[in-house]
Design a protein around this ligand. Sequence first.
Ligand code: MN
Length: 227
Amino acid sequence: MTFFVFPPPAPTVLPVSGGGLFPIRRVFCVGQNYAEHAREMGTDPLNEPPVFFTKPADAVTCASRLPFPPHTERLDYEGELVVAIGLGGANIPPAKGLEHVFGYTVGCDLTRRDLQAAAKKGGRPWDMAKGFDCSAAVGVVHPVAEIGHPAKGTIRLSVNGLEKQRADLADMIWSVPQVIAHLSTFVTLAPGDLIFTGTPAGIGPLARGDEVDVSVEGVTSHLFTIG
Ligand code: MN
């Protein structure tokens, strides 16, 4: 009998402010968490529970130059607050949600919008629209010990210096502890999980050479170039 023994895959790790590395386990994303963005996507945001999708852990990158992905003519930016889970758990009560957070960073949920639109129309999965290589651009993780828990503050994304998205974290339909609580009813959260908490209104396309700057007041900023 022939069999192959592969080395374990190297985990994707993120730098932590103040030193150390955050090894990533899984990547969860909230579909629509700002009312204005839900409306621009053609859905009614009110009274809808959050929708989750995932990206592969090795789609995460903190590189400063990302490739323009194949199979798309409409690569969109989505600036988001990203939660780094430090303590796992299932059925976490909302009041205990923040106790499971190691820290925060900012990210860009890069999306093949044309493939997502076709998938939605055909009732097919979003995976290749959302989970491609380098589709989860993120910055340095800042521990709660350093920045606390940001519940309000400006979230902003600009392309080539032009502001495209601006909102306040307080505008999120589902707060961070509510997102953690709800997600933990579907899966048992574990240390290393990242949660992209949704993007505000103003999404739009990127072209090769574009420079993206995403920031959340009181958390951090992250800069990267496409192509
Ligand atoms: Mn998103």
